[in-house]
Design a protein around this ligand. Structure first.
Ligand SMILES: [Zn+2]
Length: 157
């Protein structure tokens, strides 16, 4: 991406068009707040296995008459968003100090967006990165104990 093409305002996130029924969503929360699988059409998913009908390619005995698929165009937009996000994450990793010293954190200018700061933290067996521009790049990584991360770029011999 050329310098002057970098977006300033974030990366619009399209509809999360997966293989699930389009009425299905999953809300994360604690055990007491009644979160979990939800249906936007108010079909109860509380019974064990009820959410099977919402999954991609459900079995014939998990039939929901209200099921609706995402369109091919919606799924394409979601896929392109995911592909672009993976590319931004790769660019972000390439912009980090290599390797990041253990138990440190910091930030560098984000290579993907105009004015964004890319925050990073490294601890034993893990690391996390997050740009402060909406939907730009963020990820957590498991790292083998003792390994350098990111790996030092190859020196030209
Ligand atoms: Zn960014």
């Amino acid at each position: 991406m050329a310098e002057n093409d970098k977006p300033r305002t974030g990366f619009p996130r399209p509809l999360r068009a997966t293989g699930h029924c389009r009425h299905y969503r999953y809300e994360r929360g604690d055990l007491l707040s009644g979160t979990g699988p939800c249906c936007a059409r108010e079909v109860s998913l509380r019974k064990l296995g009820a959410a099977l009908a919402c999954m991609p390619t459900p079995a014939a005995d998990a039939y929901c008459p209200l099921r609706q698929e995402y369109t091919a165009a919606e799924r394409q937009m979601w896929k392109e968003f995911g592909d672009a996000l993976h590319h931004r994450i790769a660019q972000a990793i390439a912009a980090l100090p290599a390797p990041i010293p253990l138990n440190t954190s910091g930030h560098v200018p984000c290579p993907n967006c105009e004015g964004g700061e890319l925050y990073y933290a490294r601890w034993d067996r893990g690391a996390a990165i997050q740009c402060n521009t909406e939907n730009c790049a963020g990820a957590r990584f498991s790292i083998e104990r003792g390994a350098d991360w990111p790996a030092k770029p190859e020196e030209d011999a």
